[in-house]
Design a protein around this ligand. Structure first.
Ligand SMILES: NC(=O)c1ccc[n+]([C@@H]2O[C@H](COP(=O)([O-])OP(=O)(O)OC[C@H]3O[C@@H](n4cnc5c(N)ncnc54)[C@H](O)[C@@H]3O)[C@@H](O)[C@H]2O)c1
Length: 315
């Protein structure tokens, strides 16, 4: 049994990770300030004696003895990370410093949840890890993108300078149950709009593509990365390379929900990348043949069922 700290553990991805880690017989300490996460995401774990839930903000130091740290604390959707951009940068940068300091002191292995946003609006396609990205350093997304880039730099520097045992994964668009219903991300947006019979809003003409990864595939990749030999730090892409246009996604959601929603078009937001797709060759090679298993239709059905129950339970 390992003792594992998960920051941002009450969020969408974190709650699935905590659940898997507990199910595999580990002891989990879940740290969260509940900015975008909530107790309801982990309420089913609270009675488990091997699960501890702690309200804490990662911009402040935290001390605990653990074997592994998964550092996920950071708002992930533009509506939330742009709400208080300075706080977003502090969460990424000071959160990384605090958690790396802890890992160094207690000699724990630490994994950083980085993002495909480090590639910005990419000029090569699909994006391999060796690509340095095309990020606007002063745009409205930079609080997130540059915060995550700085965190990656901190991780690699703590490794080079202090031999901290680090892992960096670059997560591509992930969806699934427990996504925040109002976070403005495309999958949850379309699903909630379709279930409420509201118009489905597509930014631009809908030809821009994204690859969507189901959360279970990500959690599997994350946990495999944590178990790789010390010499392998990453960064490594974890995502589903199957691309869909926004128009295709909207049609799939309408089809599964049987909704009568119409599709309407709005102007593209500033700095919105037109295309993003992971090159997962490195993940396949280094993570024992890991690759996404859940296809879009199956993942959407599970996610739609979650949102359907959520909306029915709300007044
Ligand atoms: N969902 C995706 O598609 C995606 C893609 C790339 C990277 N990521 C990364 O994965 C991680 C988890 O993302 P998610 O989609 O689950 O988002 P989320 O917003 O659901 O989860 C983030 C969690 O961190 C907590 N948090 C935020 N600021 C904090 C702070 N200062 N101190 C303590 N806790 C704090 C939030 O309350 C929330 O529970 C994030 O680091 C995100 O950048 C997610």
């Amino acid at each position: 049994m390992k003792r594992i700290l998960v920051t941002g553990g009450a969020g969408f991805i974190g709650s699935h990770l905590c659940e898997r880690l507990i199910n595999e017989g580990n002891e989990v300490i879940c740290l969260d300030n509940y900015f975008t996460g909530s107790k309801s995401n982990v309420v089913h774990l609270i009675n488990n004696p091997f699960f501890e839930l702690i309200r804490h903000d990662v911009t402040h130091p935290y001390f605990v003895e653990v074997d592994e740290i998964y550092n996920l604390a950071c708002p992930a959707s533009p509506v939330h990370y742009q709400f208080n951009p300075i706080k977003t940068i502090k969460t990424s940068v000071m959160g990384a410093i605090n958690m790396l300091g802890l890992a160094k002191r207690i000699k724990a292995r630490i994994l950083q949840a980085s993002t495909s946003e480090v590639y910005g609006d990419p000029l090569i396609h699909p994006q391999p890890e060796a690509y340095w990205g095309n990020v606007n350093p002063i745009g409205i997304r930079s609080c997130y993108d540059e915060g995550k880039r700085c965190a990656e730099s901190l991780f690699l520097n703590y490794h080079r300078q202090n031999s901290v045992d680090i892992k960096v994964i670059r997560i591509f668009n992930t969806y699934g149950p427990r996504m925040h219903p109002n976070d403005g991300r495309v999958v949850s947006n379309f699903i909630v709009q379709a279930l409420k019979g509201q118009p489905i809003t597509i930014f631009g003409d809908g030809s821009q593509t994204r690859s969507f990864q189901y959360v279970d595939d990500l959690v599997e990749g994350m946990m495999r990365m944590m178990q790789t030999p010390k010499a392998f730090t990453g960064p490594i892409n974890i995502g589903n390379p199957n691309e869909f246009s926004m128009m295709e996604l909207a049609r799939e959601v309408i089809d599964i929900t049987g909704s009568r929603s119409e599709i309407i078009h709005l102007p593209l937001p500033e700095d919105d990348p037109t295309q993003r797709q992971p090159d997962i060759a490195l993940a396949k090679e280094r993570l024992n043949g890991w690759e996404p298993k859940v296809q879009l239709r199956e993942g959407l059905e599970k996610t739609i069922s979650y949102f359907d129950n959520l909306l029915k339970s709300q007044p």
